[in-house]
Design a protein around this ligand. Structure first.
Ligand SMILES: Nc1nc2c(ncn2[C@@H]2O[C@H](COP(=O)(O)OP(=O)(O)OP(=O)(O)O)[C@@H](O)[C@H]2O)c(=O)[nH]1
Ligand SMILES: [Mg+2]
Length: 273
């Protein structure tokens, strides 16, 4: 990718970017953040309560981006808190689980809400996580271009488990339990080309990732860092960084779980990009 992880060659401009993760419970939001920030993965990660806040730097060739990451809880009981976290956000990762079609439907609802209510210039990436559970390396090993068109350019690699491509309707509201493995150990229920087509239609970045293996995780954040318009970057405290609590009311802020286990790792130097 375009990120520069080498030694700094002089001071570069540094900007803070407020980024929020949204998506159904258990799709792997916290796991993606943990992979990005700590390069770590937990098989049985506990659900997030409220939200967790973490930071991570990303060194681009011309500037350093400090992501201020709000990892929200996907459980329905926390849904009403979400606006507090996406308010003033410059970027959003809307995550679904490629083994659960209903999670893409939920992701689409989040995208629509962000388009309606978040900052007009927000950069949104649609992320299909758990690609390690797809059988074919073609399905999960997608290359990432990192450009504004998204990471997956070869839609023909998707949906090789028979009728997956046609049966995975976008927005069909199917919320059945779908995480059992299909034939050949392929648990994929969302075809890459279905999600990619939706992302293209809506102008979203698109990646399939695995927090477990690390596939495409740094690439998502690097692509977002590159997609943030220069004009919306305002120095170390950036547009979205007025306050760590996102300008929310105090009683809402108090619900933020800043000490909840490994979700709440402190700021860390270095760049995972
Ligand atoms: N196989 C596989 N499992 C994953 C991956 N990412 C997350 N998981 C597992 O999925 C479960 C849920 O992950 P979390 O990261 O807690 O999901 P979440 O979206 O943060 O969930 P909430 O906080 O409840 O919204 C955990 O048991 C993870 O180990 C992945 O890429 N591959
Ligand atoms: Mg979580």
């Amino acid at each position: 990718m375009v990120a520069d992880s080498g030694a700094a060659s002089g001071p570069k401009p540094s900007s803070s970017v407020k980024l929020v993760l949204l998506g159904e419970a258990a799709v792997g939001k916290s796991s993606l953040v943990m992979r990005f920030v700590n390069n770590d993965f937990q098989e049985n990660k506990e659900p997030t309560i409220g939200a967790a806040f973490l930071t991570q730097k990303c060194n681009l060739p011309t500037r350093t981006i400090k992501f201020e990451i709000w990892d929200t809880a996907g459980q329905e009981r926390f849904a009403s808190l979400a606006p507090m976290y996406y308010r003033n956000a410059q970027a959003a990762l809307v995550v679904y689980d490629i083994t659960k079609a209903a999670s893409l439907t939920k992701a689409q609802h989040w995208v629509a809400e962000l388009q309606r209510q978040a900052s007009p210039g927000i950069v949104i990436a649609l992320v299909g996580n758990k690609s390690d559970l797809a059988a074919s390396p073609n399905n999960s090993g997608s290359s990432s271009s990192g450009g504004s068109g998204g990471a997956l350019s070869d839609a023909s690699t998707a949906g090789d488990d028979g009728d997956a491509a046609s049966s995975t309707a976008v927005g069909d509201g199917d919320d059945g339990d779908e995480d059992e493995e299909g034939e050949g150990g392929d648990a994929r229920k969302v075809a890459t080309k279905v999600a990619k087509a939706y992302a293209d239609e809506e102008g979203l970045l698109f990646f399939e990732t695995s927090a477990k293996t690390g596939l495409n995780v740094a690439e998502v954040f690097t692509a977002i860092a590159n997609a943030i318009p220069e004009t919306s970057l305002k120095g170390p405290r950036g547009v979205g960084g007025q306050t760590h609590l996102g300008g929310g009311r105090q009683e809402d802020a108090a619900r933020v779980n800043l000490t909840g286990g490994r979700d709440a790792a402190g700021p860390k130097e270095g760049c995972a990009c």
